[in-house]
Design a protein around this ligand. Structure first.
Ligand SMILES: Cc1cc2nc3c(=O)[nH]c(=O)nc-3n(C[C@H](O)[C@H](O)[C@H](O)COP(=O)(O)OP(=O)(O)OC[C@H]3O[C@@H](n4cnc5c(N)ncnc54)[C@H](O)[C@@H]3O)c2cc1C
Length: 388
């Protein structure tokens, strides 16, 4: 595989994780990232259960991930007067190990930057899959040809659009939007609901985190001023500290708004192009997105190594090994749970957090989903022969 060239689009979690394994198994890897530099900070993401732990261990980053972990903070659900109604335990939102997405991305980048080529501030504009390779053109760089191309560029994947078709064919809107912002508000970890709307401040996901039910909205994904207006409209008239938050929106730092959506592709690969992470099985807030990206990168790289460079066999085996594990991303969305549609629904959700047994059952169920795969041993990647 010494001469196999692989282009990966996206340098967040899935992209650098795959770059790590592919460069170890002798591929020549280029990672292209649209952002001008590695994107820092962002929401907290989490790992849960043995499968995630084993892959992090095999990558040699488990201890470092633990050193940088943030998780374990409980969140108090309050009423309009700030009185405590229930507590959402840290382990419910933060898994076993929680870390900022940007910190994890930086760690993966540090482990790979010497082994592969990173190109920031560029993006693919076309892909032509031929018998001998994929001819790629870029917004800025000169055209190049690669043996394989991987779309690890998130839920709104550019590679998926170019190789598979328009986003509307593959991304299903789940009826809610979310927004992350730093509004400079100092508070403990608190969360407040009214029907169809949730706001959390000081919580583990972001300094301010909003989830609201909505019809599908028509807006430019990169127009931050429009995002602020959408959010202000959605939260108009809400109680608790929301008027103060809305008043701070015009000055918001790092505001990000997006739909809660799920990716549904029939196959992960088309010819020499394959999808990984959120681009293939993303569910904005469906849980395990980061675990799926990390485990998916291991399986895809392992199958490529096992197939000795035969990408058709490798892509088929990756899909066979992974599709059933990734099913968890297809199970509903977190929108109705975080922002129930009615006061009754809000009371029911809060009630669950007061019942230790129900909570325990839900946590055990998520544990099962996170470990529901028999990880193969890929000696070409790990240099060992211990199956898990
Ligand atoms: C609010 C929130 C909370 C979350 N909480 C959790 C959680 O608790 N646990 C969990 O496991 N997951 C969580 N997730 C999901 C998690 O962040 C993702 O599932 C995970 O990061 C998957 O990573 P990825 O690399 O596949 O995609 P992404 O992290 O989306 O990265 C895609 C990368 O591709 C780049 N890119 C985009 N377009 C292009 C282009 N045209 N050319 C080149 N590069 C491009 C982007 O800039 C980005 O760097 C959460 C997500 C959100 C939004």
């Amino acid at each position: 595989m010494k001469n196999t060239t692989v282009l990966i689009s996206g340098a967040s979690i899935a992209g650098p994780a795959l770059a790590y394994w592919l460069s170890r198994s002798g591929h020549a890897v280029t990672v292209v990232e649209r952002a001008p530099a590695l994107r820092p900070g962002g929401q907290a993401v989490d790992f849960k259960g043995e499968t995630h732990r084993v892959v992090l261990e095999r990558m040699g980053i488990l201890d470092e991930v633990r050193r940088r972990q943030t998780g374990g903070t409980d969140q108090t659900i309050v009423d309009a007067d700030g009185r405590r109604l229930a507590v959402m335990p840290g382990e419910f939102t933060g898994g076993d190990i929680e870390i900022l997405r940007g910190d994890l991305s930086a760690l993966l980048y540090e482990r790979t930057e010497g082994e592969c080529e990173y190109v920031f501030g560029d993006s693919l504009t076309s892909l032509t899959d031929t018998a001998g390779g994929v001819h790629v053109t870029f917004e800025r760089g000169a055209p190049r040809t690669f043996d394989l191309v991987v779309g690890a560029d998130g839920i709104h994947s550019n590679v998926r659009r170019l190789a598979f078709g328009p986003e509307s064919d593959y991304v299903r809107f789940l009826g809610h939007y979310y927004a992350l912002a730093d509004l400079g508000v100092d508070s403990g970890n608190m969360m407040y609901n009214e029907p169809g709307r949730m706001v959390a401040i000081g919580g583990p996901k972001s300094p301010a985190f909003f989830v609201f039910a909505s019809e599908r909205l028509d807006y430019d994904r990169y127009d931050v001023e429009r995002h602020k207006r959408i959010l202000a409209d959605a939260y108009r008239g809400m109680g608790w500290r929301v008027p103060e938050l809305v008043a701070r929106l015009p000055e918001a730092r790092d505001l990000y708004l997006d739909s809660i959506s799920r990716v549904e592709v029939d196959h992960y690969a088309r010819g020499r192009v394959v999808l990984l992470g959120d681009a293939a099985y993303g569910n904005t807030l469906g849980g395990f997105g980061t675990g799926l990206a990390i485990v998916g990168a291991y399986v895809l790289a392992g199958e490529l190594a096992a197939a000795g460079g035969d990408h058709r066999t490798a892509f088929r085996a990756y899909e066979e090994a992974f599709r059933s594990y990734a099913r968890v991303a297809g199970r509903g969305g977190a929108g109705p749970f975080l922002a129930p549609a009615t006061w009754r629904g809000i009371r029911m959700r809060n009630w669950i957090f007061k019942r230790r047994f129900l909570l325990w059952t839900m946590l055990r169920m998520t544990d099962r989903f996170a470990t529901d795969i028999k990880l193969k041993d890929y000696p070409a990647l790990t240099g060992t022969s211990t199956a898990t």
